[in-house]
Ligand binder design. Structure first.
Ligand SMILES: [Zn+2]
Length: 197
């Protein structure tokens, strides 16, 4: 069972830049990712289904109540320097399941967002406090925080605004979950076409 945790919501808008609002993007991407996973053998559920504020502890409680065996936490980021930033994964130290999934997803995400560099942060000393708290809310459940893109970067923003941008990102995440070991589905995203038109 995969829990998809869309960051922010309600009065908590997350970051904003280039006309994009993080809380909206996290929810839209999570819904599309849910459609991708609906075609798989894995169960999935969204911790946040609407534009509502949720505490970190509520998110952890909800994922545990779902019986989640993996949590995928969706965020976007921004930086005062519009040239800085690439897709970044955060996992707790020793969470090998989440690290493996991050590496798989990283290979699938378009190079325009990753700059062809896989960044997996595992050392709590290097983390901003928020990333740490976000992961801690899920305690013992393997959890992967993805800062998918930087809204402050103009070509990231253009990618996200493009008609197929979020669908491409969702497919990349779904494909990363579909490892050789699990072979979750034949068609990684049979419902994707719904989002491409
Ligand atoms: Zn965020």
């Amino acid at each position: 069972m995969i829990a998809i945790d869309a960051g922010h919501g309600g009065h908590d808008r997350g970051c904003t830049a280039n006309g994009l609002v993080e809380k909206d993007l996290t929810l839209r991407l999570s819904r599309i990712l849910g459609d991708c996973l609906a075609a798989s053998k894995l169960g999935f559920a969204l911790t946040r289904k609407s534009d509502e504020a949720m505490s970190l502890s509520d998110r952890g409680d909800k994922a545990r109540a779902m019986g989640a065996t993996q949590v995928i936490i969706i965020h976007f980021d921004s930086n005062a320097d519009e040239h800085v930033g690439r897709t970044t994964f955060y996992v707790r130290p020793n969470d090998s399941q989440a690290s493996d999934i991050a590496a798989n997803i990283g290979r699938c995400i378009p190079p325009v967002l990753t700059d062809r560099t896989l960044v997996i942060e595992t050392s709590p000393d290097d983390w901003r406090r928020r990333a740490n708290n976000v992961l801690r809310a899920h305690e013992a459940t393997p959890a992967l925080l993805i800062e998918c893109a930087f809204l402050s970067k103009s070509h990231h923003a253009a990618f996200l605004r493009a008609p197929q941008g979020l669908a491409t990102l969702a497919t990349a995440i779904a494909c990363g979950l579909n490892t050789n070991d699990t072979k979750l589905w034949k068609d990684p995203c049979s419902k994707l076409h719904q989002h491409l038109h």
